[in-house]
Design a protein around this ligand. Structure first.
Ligand code: ADP
Length: 409
């Protein structure tokens, strides 16, 4: 078990054509002893390179990697006391499970044979593969092979456990089971773990904290809920969450956000956060959009504060437990959606990337039909605001005070 620090770590691959690839750019992450940290980001963002530098399989171009305070940049991989599990199980096909699991201990330690046997059997029990010890990998299912690969790494009792997309070869159901199992195991063993995945669901559900990378740069490190509710920038806001956050390009005009399809007045408190920034992006998570019908839309807060919008249901995606409802804005002047399409902002210019569509998630029991007219309420306490140019978050949603009504400005 060990604290693992990445201190301003950069990796540059020198290409033969002369152009360099900055795969990892000035990344600093401090992984606490016993912590489960998930490194997540789209393909090519530098996750594997980061992990491979910690493992000692890649050199570090700049910066330091420390294990319990000791710099390990130049320590060979085999002397790092780190175990790594890859996406491909890489088990020796001609060896039994027992031999696969014993091999590393026999090669790299002076442990007596009976102690190795005892340890392998104990680990095999923990991993629920005790009855498979005498089989070869060819006689195992994919899930069992993955368990053996994990067991082979765990049996070494490493200071740090590195996992590179270890579940991506498994089918969805098994992946879900292994996710839970890995979490339980990590909790039991209390071993510092860095887990790489491109799958934000895996990151959200498994990590004590997640570190989000894009283009080799660290975007945010935080608990899953921090990254979800308080994203530091547009990238994190859009990457975390499924279905993704709705985004609208808006301009701040006379205390209101003016988009292609709507005008959204802001309270003084929110205005204070965005002062000095005129070109913004408004974000709202699908589950925070409320669908109100009939009189309800006029009877409560939304209508008075201008946070209710006329929409038409475009498509409903039923998932059983919830419906994902795709809505189109209907313009306030009564024009239909086609009118909205050609809409102009207050400045008279059409913002190209602006979404016409708004996705709302509602309970699966709720009946929503295509072409139905509904009022979509976008509560101010749930909105996120970003600077359009830099992507920086200027205002995050409220967390504790969600029940408390906004005082009238
Ligand atoms: P991820 O694991 O997030 O998919 P990688 O760490 O594998 O990303 O790659 C990050 C970037 O570095 C990519 O642009 C990739 O093409 C580049 N890269 C990775 N390995 C090498 C290499 N050995 N030589 C040159 N470029 C590389």
């Amino acid at each position: 078990m060990a604290r693992t620090e990445l201190d301003h770590v950069t990796k540059v691959y020198a290409e033969s054509a002369g152009s360099d690839v900055v795969a990892v750019d000035d990344v600093s992450i401090d992984v606490a002893d016993g912590e489960f940290l998930v490194l997540v980001g789209p393909s090519g963002c530098g996750k594997s390179t980061t992990l491979r530098m910690v493992a000692g399989l890649e050199t570090v171009t700049e910066g330091e990697i420390r294990l319990d305070g000791r710099v390990i940049n130049d320590v060979p991989a085999k002397d790092r006391d780190i175990a790594m599990v890859f996406q491909s199980y890489a088990l020796y096909p001609h060896m039994t499970v027992r031999e696969n699991m014993s091999f590393g201990l026999e090669e790299s330690t002076d442990m007596p044979d009976d102690e190795i046997r005892e340890r392998v059997e104990r680990t095999a029990e923990t991993m629920d593969i005790g009855d498979l010890l005498d089989r070869t990998p060819g006689e195992l299912s994919g899930g069992q092979q993955q368990r053996v690969a994990l067991g082979r790494a765990i049996v070494r009792d490493p200071a740090v456990f590195l996992l590179d997309e270890p579940l991506s070869n498994l089918d969805a159901k098994l992946r879900g089971e292994m996710r839970t199992e890995l979490q339980r195991l990590q909790d039991e063993l209390d071993v510092t773990t860095i887990y790489v995945t491109h799958d934000q669901t895996e990151a959200m559900t498994m990590g004590d904290r997640i570190a989000i990378l894009d283009g080799g740069r660290l975007q945010q490190v935080g608990t899953p809920l921090e990254c979800y509710h308080e994203p530091r920038n547009l990238f994190v806001a859009g990457f975390v969450g499924e279905p993704p956050m709705n985004f609208f390009e808006v301009n701040l005009t006379d205390g209101a956000l003016v988009g292609a399809n709507f005008e959204y007045p802001l309270s003084e408190a929110t205005l204070a956060d965005v002062r000095g920034h005129d070109e913004l992006v408004l974000g709202i998570r699908p589950e925070d959009v409320e669908l109100v019908v009939g009189d309800e839309s006029r009877s409560s807060g939304g209508a008075e504060t201008g946070h209710d919008f006329r929409t038409t249901v475009d498509v409903v995606e039923p998932l059983g437990n919830e419906n994902q409802v795709h809505l189109r804005f209907v313009r306030g002047d009564g024009a239909d959606e086609q009118g909205g399409r050609g809409g102009a902002t207050a400045e008279g210019e059409r913002t190209e990337a602006n979404a016409e569509e708004l996705v709302a998630t509602v309970s699966g029991m709720r009946q929503v039909e295509p072409r139905q007219d509904v009022v979509a309420r976008i509560p101010e306490d749930a909105i996120q605001l970003f600077d359009r140019e830099t992507g920086e978050a200027l205002h995050n949603r409220e967390l504790e005070s969600a029940e408390v009504a906004e005082p009238n400005p």
